[in-house]
Design a protein around this ligand. Sequence first.
Ligand code: MG
Length: 379
Amino acid sequence: MSVAVYACNPAQTRGRRYPEQPAPTRSEFQRDRDRIVHCTAFRRLVYKTQVFLNHEGDLFRTRLTHSLEVAQIGRSIARPLGLNEDLVEAIALAHDLGHTPFGHAGQDALNECMAGHGGFEHNLQSLRVVDRLEERYPAHDGLNLTFETREGILKHCSRRNAQLLEQSEPGGVGRRFLDRTQPSLEAQLCNLADAVAYNAHDIDDGVRSGLISLGQLSEVPLFERHRRAAVAEHPDLMATGRARRLLYEAIRRMLSEQVYDVIAATRALIDQVQPSSADAARASIALVRFSPDMHVQSSQLKHFLHAWLYRHPQVMQTTGQAQQMVRELFGAYMAQPASMPPDYAQREDLHRAVADYIAGMTDRFAAREHERLTGRKLL
Ligand code: MG
């Protein structure tokens, strides 16, 4: 695999917070990927909501399958661009580790509960998981990942939190939010691959759930163009009982077009800017991107999903109940810290301890705990 000068090179990593000997056969980014796959928070992703709550059906995406799809799309783009695939995979697999149960509903509720106590941001929480909350090593908390993987995991961060990070780690992963510079190209790529992945799989899950229809999707040009092309090539896809194959074929074509679009648009920008190193790429404008035309089409799809899926009354109803559950759980643990395990109950900052404890829960564990502590069953 030839890696470009502008890619992150594991032999020139900015390193780990606790220095370690190199591994005999694996690169530093491979080690990061392996640590992520083996950590507890990674296994919990399988029982965490993406859009549909975990109990609503076995075939919907969860945070785990979403993360695997982001890694697949990311690697497909990384290789032809000469970016470091192992780093892309590590970032993709870790990018959602900090998500609360019940998806964005859970995170919004937790953020409200933490108002006045530092708030709650899932990207920052993903970093907390790999830096502090995983307990697997004798001499330090966290997974001790490289700077480059941590940089990619922290894809957004408020200015206030960036300042706090900068105090504890000068020149570290918070710095770019103060300087307003870009992260590595591998990190930029994971950001885009995330959107490409959920735009595609949420169409699939949305249709599977019956909340959106193929007919409605005809107003989304990016989808409709590929649906028509698929039918033109395979007219039998219009026959009864073949709707699912038609959906998959349209999504497949749509995904491929976006992947090739990112590769071409990014390659053209890189040729223009000619970054001579990973740091030169960080100092440049954002280089990993869609062509202007695809950017518009991708935004149209995103807006469609917001309007018709994420804000569908049925989704909103479960969202409301999930938020209530998180708020009530938060209140219950604040009132009786001893109902949490001792290592959370005994922490000095009780608010943050409760937030960390709830954020780590799977959907079903949160629901069980809520029932145990309140005697009521929601959802
Ligand atoms: Mg994601």
